[in-house]
Design a protein around this ligand. Sequence first.
Ligand code: PMV
Length: 345
Amino acid sequence: MNLFESLNPEKLTPYETSWSSPANIAFVKYWGKIGHQLPANPSLSMTLKECLTKSKVTFTPADQLEVTLLFEGNKRDAFGQKIKKYLEDLSTQMPWVLRLNIQIETQNTFPQGTGIASSASGLSAFALCLCDYLYYLMKLPRDELFFQRASFLSRLASGSACRSVYGGFTSWGDHSLEYATPLNEIHPVLKNLKNSILVISDVEKKVSSRAGHDEMNGHYFAQARFNQAKAQYAECLASLKNGNIEKLGSILESEALSLHAMMLTSKSSYTLFRPNTLAAIQLVRDFREQTHLPLYFTLDAGPNLHLIYPDSEKNKIQTFIQNELSPLAMRIIDDEEGTGPQCLK
Ligand code: PMV
């Protein structure tokens, strides 16, 4: 992708921008990489509305790259170093980034320590600010290509972050391996899907997603998993188009359990499930059997259940969540399909 590598560092001028970017929940999971941050299988996610990162970034021309990062007002050196390393890697494509002093002030709308992955929202928010700076320098309008470039830049920071630059439903690894694409053909019955997040544990996970992706190299079931994800991706696309929520729900749950099965059967053999994860799964399945209401679960790389259901059934389902599932959780975050990032400047 053309990132204007020829941009003359002498042309850099100060700039400040601010973006809010959402988390997303994968319906078909990305788990396993090929090459540099490219996915081994296509994935598909719903962008959230309430779980957001807001970042303000100040770019100042300098002799060498410096990054300072304040998270909710406190200096976070490790996160700042992560961004610095990302920019150093990016300098092969955008050498001018090495001539910047970058100050980042960032905050999340979701509480810290809830086990909600902040890398997709946090790193897409930063990538959007960086892309905004690039467009300011190049005097370009924020068109479709802006978001494609922001998705490309997000992906290099954290794979799943590339899907957060669009609202609604987004896919990655089908149209392109390098950036995500918005999905436009969604059946009206699946508009405004709800996502209640059952926070079962807020303990930082022992095995990072990066290590989890690495475990797929040489995994005995890797190829079978990639084939399954590819098939389920096609079925998921079809269900989103034709509004078949039962089929969509069965894919959601199969994807979540296959992701965690990969962890259990990897060489390091680990699980991120907690006893209450399984207890909640059982209750969701019992509820569905008894009521025939369309309530389904999925999981990210963590113990927390993302409960997915249509807006039309929210009253009965939220009563069940409150009465039966909330005793298993530390808290519940009510979220839903969102419209994507916003420039706050
Ligand atoms: O983006 P990463 O490298 O943190 O990987 C995230 C992987 C999952 O959240 C488990 C699945 C996905 O597609 O979002």
